[in-house]
Design a protein. Structure first.
Length: 346
């Protein structure tokens, strides 16, 4: 129903505007008694065999919602009703910021892809905390954190530290985002020395709290093998709890969409189907070198059940969706979980 009836209507409108419209509808309906229970009845698929114990946390299933979809933690309870095993909010920054100029979100339907240059638009971490205080769902929530655009890289740790301190009582794990292509200079923090120091400081801050919350690193798909080797060394040296592979890509190779149309869109991170193979390559590379027990969350190009299974075969312990959720609708979560259960030998 979604792909044949609802999606064609939604895709008639500007991607960012329709995103906010759908959020408004869900927020209003979420206030109706029984609405989230109805969502769970329609979309939630539960089985003890799907449960995953990783990062010291219990996930009811391995399929999560990637960061960027609910940046400001406005719909945790409603989105949990769609059957996600975990939801990652953010990227959040200390201060509210509008992000880049609009339009900044674009569909490539022929490729099953999106291009975005949102630029960490969010209402600030403190506003998100107020909403997290009121959430009712027990779904695992991750806090994806970054720095404000106006903060120079040499002061980046101050922004990440602020976010950790504010979010610590309300999220289950943290994700250090230094891999978005849409904040100028941010990816420079993936270089060995600044990344080593940043992770050390964030982990130390989490350890200083009453209850330690795991810290993960989200990396770009555009890293060379040498850069990935540096990342692996840093993960081991800092004892970072896990890694998320991968963020969006700046590559435009192999697209079906006509080159002039892609050029007209301009800069931004590409997500969706074209990212799948590269994301899987990075996951396999990490798994081979980090060992079988190191936590890896796979994201990038999961559009079908088979895409999800391929991520798990590549070495991911958990997976996340975003663009696939936009293109395929909420029923994809149930389909993926059923397929995982049928292929439990993965």
């Amino acid at each position: 129903m979604y792909t044949f009836l609802i999606r064609p209507i939604l895709f008639l409108f500007d991607p960012e505007k329709i995103h906010h419209f759908v959020f408004s509808v869900l927020r209003i309906k979420g206030k109706i008694p029984g609405f989230t229970s109805l969502l769970r009845l329609l979309f939630d698929y539960q089985n003890p065999a799907l449960e995953k114990n990783i990062l010291g946390l219990k996930f009811k299933n391995p399929v999560g919602l990637a960061a960027g979809f609910d940046k400001d933690a406005t719909l945790i309870d409603e989105l949990a009703g769609f059957g996600f095993g975990f939801i990652e909010i953010g990227t959040l920054t200390p201060k509210a910021q509008p992000g880049n100029e609009k339009p900044r979100l674009f569909r490539l339907p022929d490729d099953g892809a999106l291009i975005n240059r949102m630029g960490f638009n969010n209402g600030g971490v403190d506003a998100a905390v107020e909403r997290l205080r009121k959430r009712k769902s027990s779904v695992v929530v991750g806090g994806n954190i970054g720095k404000n655009k106006s903060t120079p890289n040499e002061n980046a740790i101050d922004d990440y530290a602020h976010c950790v301190s504010a979010l610590h009582p309300y999220v289950d794990y943290f994700v250090v985002n230094v891999s978005s292509p849409n904040t100028p200079g941010l990816r420079e923090l993936q270089e060995k020395e600044p990344l080593l120091k940043l992770l050390e400081d964030v982990i130390a801050l989490s350890k200083s709290q009453k209850v330690y919350k795991p810290v993960l690193l989200k990396i770009a798909p555009d890293l060379t093998d040498t850069q990935l080797d540096d990342i692996i060394d840093i993960l081991k040296e800092t004892k970072t709890d896990g890694v998320i592979a991968t963020n969006t890509t700046i590559s435009r190779e192999g697209l079906t969409t006509a080159a002039p149309a892609v050029k007209k869109i301009g800069s931004g991170g590409l997500s969706g189907k074209p990212l799948a193979n590269r994301s899987n390559e990075v996951i396999r590379y990490l798994r081979e070198r980090l060992g079988k027990d190191y936590p890896i969350i796979g994201v990038g190009g999961i559009m079908t059940v088979n895409d999800a299974l391929e991520k798990l075969k590549a070495g991911a312990d958990l997976i996340q969706v975003y663009t696939g959720f936009v293109y395929e609708g909420p029923s994809m979560i149930k389909r993926i979980n059923k397929a995982i259960l049928c292929n439990s030998g993965l």
